[in-house]
Design a protein around this ligand. Structure first.
Ligand SMILES: [Zn+2]
Length: 72
């Protein structure tokens, strides 16, 4: 899966400094600068860091993936 919007996305932690280009890694996105990974859920990148994940969504995604045994 290649995200056509990938060229426009940047890591929110690194973008203010001018970096934060992302690469696709196993269907998810990873920052080329800090290494932070961002899950892609049903084609939608979840651009949250632990600091901005106020609703625990990242943990919920991780739990969902663990329970059904897929990495989608
Ligand atoms: Zn980054």
């Amino acid at each position: 899966m290649v995200l056509q919007q990938l060229v426009n996305l940047r890591c929110p932690a690194c973008a203010p400094a001018g970096g934060g280009a992302l690469s696709e890694v196993a269907g998810d996105l990873a920052c080329n600068d800090c290494g932070q990974t961002y899950p892609v859920v049903e084609g939608v990148p979840v651009m949250l860091t632990e600091a901005t994940d106020h609703f625990g969504l990242l943990k919920e995604i991780a739990n969902t993936r663990g329970s059904n045994g897929t990495s989608a």
